[in-house]
Design a protein around this ligand. Structure first.
Ligand code: PGA
Length: 266
């Protein structure tokens, strides 16, 4: 039987960790717990300048490192940019792309070029999509965001592609207002149908992994574990709180374990 990929929790530290000492300290405070997990993996995405230091601590398959963005050209006169190649050389295997907090800084074709470059370097893009509100056009918004990326990207290595559904109305919401598992499943249906049209094969789509992100924490993650078809989570606000993060890992781990036991004893 083919082993299912581990569920992933992507910890998007955003700009919330401000020194190398804090970045390494935070990572080390989580890593012992994560290294003992059987079914769950952490992808830690520190600010660019700490990627290398954190990657040096990431010597176990359960925790990997990602960047929060990367520039698609390898090198050149691009003041202030960090290239995909530099990310890779620093130890990142994943890159978050198209995050709603960055979309005002980049065009649709920038996002597509970045996704292409990340795939060409054998890394995994974590592509964020999501609607601003659940208005009458929300499905079209998701469809268009997918077309904007994948109509410009070579359709190779779908197993390296990760799509994070992050409705903008749910991200770091002051009301701590995550989507529900039902809303996520509605979006997943739209996303998979559109990807099926773009990739033209169900096999390719079945290899893509899907995450939910938006005000997730240890209180609401269980709704998604119990009621949604989800490969993992993209976590922002609580991703630098080791106590909450470790509770979330434990909840994911226990859930997958329970599912496996139920499948065997059926
Ligand atoms: P949040 O962030 O968990 O604070 O909503 C998620 C994200 O922006 O990736």
């Amino acid at each position: 039987m083919m082993q299912k990929p581990k569920k992933m929790i992507v910890a998007n530290w955003k700009m919330n960790v401000t020194s190398e000492k804090d970045a390494v300290g935070l990572f080390n405070s989580i890593k012992n717990v994560v290294s003992k997990l059987d079914y769950t993996q952490m992808i830690c995405c520190p600010p660019h300048m700490y990627v290398n230091q954190v990657a040096k601590q990431a010597n176990h398959k359960n925790y990997r490192v990602g960047g929060q963005d990367a520039y698609p050209e390898e090198s050149g006169s691009r003041t202030g940019e960090t290239s995909v190649l530099m990310m890779k050389n620093a130890g990142a295997e994943y890159v978050i792309l198209g995050h709603s907090e960055r979309r005002h800084l980049e065009t649709k074709s920038d996002v597509a070029r970045k996704v292409t470059a990340v795939l060409e370097h054998d890394m995994s893009p974590i592509i964020c999509i999501g609607e601003e509100t659940r208005d009458k056009n929300w499905k079209k918004t998701l469809q268009q965001q997918l077309k904007d990326v994948f109509n410009r990207v070579p359709k190779k290595n779908p197993e390296n592609i990760i799509i994070a559904y992050e409705p903008i109305w749910a991200i770091s919401s002051d009301k701590k207002n995550p989507a529900t598992s039902t809303e996520y499943m509605e979006a997943l249906e739209v996303i998979k149908k559109e990807l099926q049209k773009i990739f033209k094969t169900a096999t390719a789509v079945s290899k893509i992994r899907f995450l939910y992100g938006g005000s997730l924490d240890d209180k609401n993650i269980e709704d998604f574990l119990k009621n949604a078809d989800v490969d993992g989570f993209l976590v922002g606000r609580v991703s630098h709180d080791p106590r909450i993060l470790m509770t979330m890992f434990r909840l994911v781990e226990d859930h997958v374990h329970k599912e496996l036991v139920e499948a065997i004893t059926k």
